[in-house]
Design a protein around this ligand. Structure first.
Ligand code: PMP
Length: 314
């Protein structure tokens, strides 16, 4: 699972420029201190429509605006203008395949000062090709990480802060080195929080549960979509609540969800099979449904997608 070589043109500091001309100084405040916030947005190509669709672009930029508010940063544009710039970026690069867009709001000034104010906030947008194998149908084997999520009182989890990804990066490496595919992190007081870059949902009997937004997670946009689809298509009860570690070991079905992985079945946690050890049927059904919605192959929820080339025929 690797992103491809980035597309040539990026948006950097108010202009579209070749990627090679968009370098940040090594002295940029964000480089030393992780000061800034980012998003990741999926663009999904539909060959029949000859159209590229942005998935939940406005919701991502609304979250970025909230992140900026928490950090006290001033984004140069509102969500609608950012959706427009993102579509323009993809058109300029002639993207006609699945892609991943990385918007960054960075403290790009060269003040070597640990602070959030007056550090030259700049907006950057870049895109890379998105490989197919990010959507996993066979399922992943997870471990509960020794690394915990930081508390919201230490680093605001809602703000998708660049520097806060050191913890998930350590957890991911630890999991891979120990022979697992992914790590599930707990809160400081030992409740289930989330995986390194995705949220967790579990089903026990008829009921689904996912850690609440107050359990030190990033409340994912895909998590909201999955909860909605579960309720609408299966009539299931989906609770947002504290989840015990032992529920991970005893549930009948589990999934991870996020922009990059979309929906991924979890087949094992710390050596215990989830359900019968195969991807859950509901998980695979929601995965298919969300994939179809993201390309407008499915009439459901057209409001979740934005056509880039403007030729939507659904
Ligand atoms: N948690 C973390 C820590 C993440 O980085 C991500 C990816 N943005 C998610 C959850 C999933 O969020 P979303 O569905 O909005 O991509």
């Amino acid at each position: 699972m690797r992103f491809g070589t980035p597309y040539d043109e990026v948006y950097a500091e108010n202009a579209f420029v070749p990627e090679k001309e968009s370098r940040l100084s090594v002295l940029a405040n964000a480089v030393s201190y992780g000061t800034g916030t980012f998003e990741g947005i999926r663009a999904c190509w539909n060959p029949d429509h000859q159209e590229l669709y942005l998935l939940q672009a406005r919701a991502h930029y609304e979250r970025m605006a909230r992140s900026a508010r928490i950090l006290g940063l001033e984004p140069p544009h509102g969500p609608d203008q950012l959706v427009h710039l993102t579509a323009e970026l993809l058109r300029r690069n002639g993207v006609r395949a699945d892609a991943y867009v990385r918007p960054l709001l960075l403290q790009a000034g060269e003040q070597l000062a640990v602070r959030m104010h007056d550090c030259g906030t700049r907006l950057y947008l870049a895109a890379t090709p998105m490989p197919d194998d990010y959507i996993d149908r066979r399922g992943v084997r997870c471990t509960v990480s020794a690394w915990r999520r930081t508390a919201d009182a230490a680093v605001p989890n809602r703000a998708k802060v660049i520097g806060s990804y050191a913890g998930p990066a350590l957890a991911k490496t630890e999991a891979l080195r120990n022979g697992f595919d992914e790590a599930i992190m707990l809160t400081g007081d030992g409740y289930v929080a989330e995986a390194t870059t995705s949220n967790v949902l579990i089903r026990t009997g008829e009921r689904w549960a996912t850690p609440a937004a107050t359990d030190d997670i990033l409340a994912g946009i895909t998590r909201s979509q999955v909860m909605r689809l579960l309720r609408e298509h299966t009539g299931a009860v989906v609770e947002e609540r504290r989840v015990h570690r032992s529920e991970l070991y005893s549930c009948d079905e589990a999934l991870l969800c996020g922009t990059a992985v979309l929906v991924t079945p979890v087949v094992e946690v710390d050596g215990r099979p989830v359900g019968d050890g195969h991807p859950g049927e509901t998980t695979l059904a929601v995965q298919r449904l969300l994939q179809a919605i993201s390309r407008r192959e499915e009439a459901d929820h057209p409001e979740w997608t934005t056509p880039v080339y403007g030729a939507a025929r659904c």
